[in-house]
Design a protein around this ligand. Structure first.
Ligand SMILES: Nc1ncnc2c1ncn2[C@@H]1O[C@H](COP(=O)(O)OP(=O)(O)OP(=O)(O)O)[C@@H](O)[C@H]1O
Length: 297
């Protein structure tokens, strides 16, 4: 994996209002990056700037270390928030047309459209005008449109909103395949549990400011609480009197506790072992929702 897209200190105002403040983060090839924030946080504005649909007031976006050019953008795929398909065109016509706009030959555009619609389980609707599709299927058609030219960078604005759970899995599998074959995938979402499950990297934005960014694993380590869970073979009530331990939950043989700063977790483990077998002893990792709450405060 390599960093391919760099958003560097981007600022943007609308009228008097500064909606992006020094926004910086990176997107790597081969990975799924989740762009997370509440409504109005600035996700769509940032994505539009990446795509060149909107200009930044200052700062820049680079692709492989250079400012993004028109040719680079041919290799980008974008699924905008305002889903932009022509309602009267059929799904196949529409996706083929967009493939052609991105420089594919007619035969390639057709071939890729057929394969994609199949992959997205939309083949049966291929001949229907977009306006006749259910919202979920329109969304799949949008995703096909963003992917048809096999982009090196995929930027998807809320690609999972409005999809049923089965469609979420299908779309997710398609995005993973793209990442595995080397594409960089950036998608926005306010559905934290979804992002938690599927992305490798994260950028968390609140009020136009990036509050945290990095790999999911790294973020979890950064925001980790000094919290542990333990399971022993007899009552764990002795933890109440253990130095440096604040007991949070006690359920017979299981307990959850916080450690005071400077307290050695291994000393507590030894203390537990001195009382009998220890079945489990592990740090409790915060969920993404917990990290999110912490960093947007
Ligand atoms: N063209 C515009 N003119 C004026 N204000 C705008 C414009 N576009 C966006 N904004 C404002 O900028 C802020 C950020 O909007 P943006 O759409 O980027 O947020 P978002 O994180 O994508 O939220 P959402 O999920 O609701 O789309 C909002 O307060 C929005 O009202």
């Amino acid at each position: 994996m390599t960093t391919v897209l760099n958003v560097e200190a981007v600022n943007r105002t609308f009228g008097e209002r500064q909606v992006l403040k020094d926004v910086s983060f990176t997107v790597d090839s081969g990975r799924l990056t989740g762009f997370v924030g509440a409504n109005g946080a600035g996700k769509t504005t940032t994505m539009r700037i990446i795509l060149g649909v909107l200009a930044a007031d200052s700062g820049q976006v680079t692709w492989h270390g250079r400012p993004v050019t028109r040719e680079d953008r041919q290799k980008f795929g974008y699924m905008p928030e305002e889903r932009g398909l022509y309602p009267k065109m059929t799904v196949v016509e529409q996706v083929v047309y967009l493939g052609r706009l991105h420089g594919l030959s007619a035969a390639d555009a057709k071939r890729r459209t057929t394969a994609l619609l199949e992959r997205l389980e939309l083949s049966e609707r291929g001949g229907d005008p977009v306006e006749k599709l259910s919202l979920g299927n329109q969304q799949r058609a949008q995703i096909a449109a963003a992917l048809v030219h096999d982009p090196e960078l995929l930027v998807l604005d809320e690609p999972f909103s409005g999809l049923d759970p089965i469609a979420v899995e299908t779309v997710l599998a398609v995005l993973r395949e793209r990442a595995r074959s080397g594409a960089a995938v950036l998608f926005s979402s306010h559905q934290l549990e979804l992002v938690e499950r599927l992305c490798d990297d994260l950028a968390i934005i609140a009020d136009g400011t990036i509050r945290a960014a990095g790999s999911r694993t790294w973020l979890r380590e950064q925001y980790t609480l000094p919290r542990y869970s333990v399971e022993v073979e007899s009552d764990a009530g002795w933890l109440r009197d253990e130095p440096g331990v604040t007991l949070l939950e006690l359920d017979g043989r299981r307990a959850v506790f916080d450690l005071d700063p400077g307290t050695d977790d291994q000393a507590v483990l030894r203390s537990a072992l001195a009382r009998g077998p220890v079945r489990a002893f592990a740090p409790v990792r915060p969920s993404l929702a917990e990290i999110f709450r912490e960093v947007i405060q």
